[in-house]
Ligand binder design. Structure first.
Ligand code: ADP
Ligand code: MG
Length: 223
C-alpha cells in the first residue's frame, strides 16, 4: 500500500509539473508566434529584443528542467563534499566578483565523503549560491561552511546578508514556478529539494527580511 501511495504521489507531482511547464512555455511561444507572423510585414525589427527575451526565457526553463532526471546508478560515486563545494565556488567566482561579493569558505575536517551523483550535488550548490548572490544587491560576504554534525552526518551552510525572505513565504520555497524575481523561473529550489531528497538529505531555511538568509543542507556521510 505504501509503494502504491508513493507511486501515485510521484505521478501527481509529474502531472502538476508538466501542467506548470506547459503553461510557462505557452506564453512566450504565443508571443513569438505573433512576431514571426509580423515578420511578413515591415514592423518586425522593433520587436527583435522582445523576441529574443522570450526565447531566452524558454531556454532557461528548459535547461533548468533538464537537470531533473533521476540519479543514475552508473553515475553514483563516493565523493568528497569539500571538493564539490570548492569546484562550485570556483565556477561562480566571476559572477561573485562582478557583484562585489566575497565567498568566505571554511570547514572543520578535510574529508566528507558521501555517495552521490556529483553533477547533481554541484547543481544544488550552484542554485543556492546564485540565489544568495541575487539577494545581495549591494555586495558583501557569503559564508559557506562545512562541518560534522552530532550524529556523524555533515552539514553545509550558506549564509548571505541579502534581502531575506518574509516568514510567511518560507513554506513556499521549492514550489515549482514560485518566484519573486522579474526574470526568475522558480525552478532552482524545486530542483534542489528533489536532488537532496534523492540523496537522503534534508534542507532547512532561516531567514529574516532585509537581514539575510541561512540555508543548511544535511547529508548522511558514507564511511
Ligand atoms: P528563482 O531564483 O528563479 O526565483 P528559486 O527556486 O531559486 O527561483 O527561488 C525561489 C524564490 O525564493 C526566489 O524568487 C526568492 O524570492 C526566494 N529566495 C531563495 N533564496 C533566497 C535568498 N538566499 N535570499 C532571498 N530570497 C531567496
Ligand atoms: Mg534561483
Amino acid at each position: 500500500a505504501e509503494e502504491y501511495l508513493l507511486q501515485s504521489e510521484k505521478l501527481s507531482i509529474v502531472g502538476e509539473l508538466a501542467a506548470g511547464v506547459a503553461h510557462e512555455i505557452r506564453n512566450p511561444l504565443t508571443t513569438i508566434k505573433g512576431f514571426v507572423q509580423l515578420y511578413k510585414s515591415d514592423h518586425a525589427i522593433a520587436f527583435t529584443d522582445l523576441l529574443l527575451s522570450e526565447l531566452e526565457r524558454i531556454e532557461t526553463i528548459t535547461s533548468e528542467l533538464l537537470s531533473l532526471g533521476k540519479p543514475q546508478a552508473h553515475l553514483m560515486s563516493r565523493a568528497n563534499l569539500r571538493d564539490m563545494i570548492e569546484n562550485t565556488l570556483n565556477l561562480l567566482l566571476p559572477q561573485a566578483n562582478m557583484n562585489n561579493i566575497q565567498f568566505k569558505w571554511s570547514y572543520d575536517h578535510t574529508a566528507f565523503f558521501i555517495t552521490c551523483e556529483q553533477n547533481q550535488i554541484k547543481q544544488v550548490f550552484i542554485n543556492i549560491l546564485k540565489n544568495a548572490i541575487e539577494a545581495m544587491n549591494e555586495g558583501g560576504d557569503i559564508e559557506i561552511n562545512l562541518r560534522k554534525g552530532a550524529e556523524g552526518e555533515c552539514i553545509i551552510s550558506f549564509q548571505d546578508y541579502g534581502n531575506g525572505i518574509p516568514e510567511e513565504l518560507l513554506p513556499r520555497l521549492g514550489e515549482p514556478f514560485y518566484t519573486l524575481k522579474e526574470k526568475g523561473t522558480g525552478l532552482g529550489l524545486m530542483i534542489c529539494h528533489k536532488i537532496i531528497k534523492q540523496h537522503h538529505g534534508v534542507i532547512t531555511y532561516k531567514s529574516k527580511e532585509s537581514e539575510g538568509t541561512l540555508v543548511e543542507i544535511m547529508f548522511p556521510l558514507t564511511s
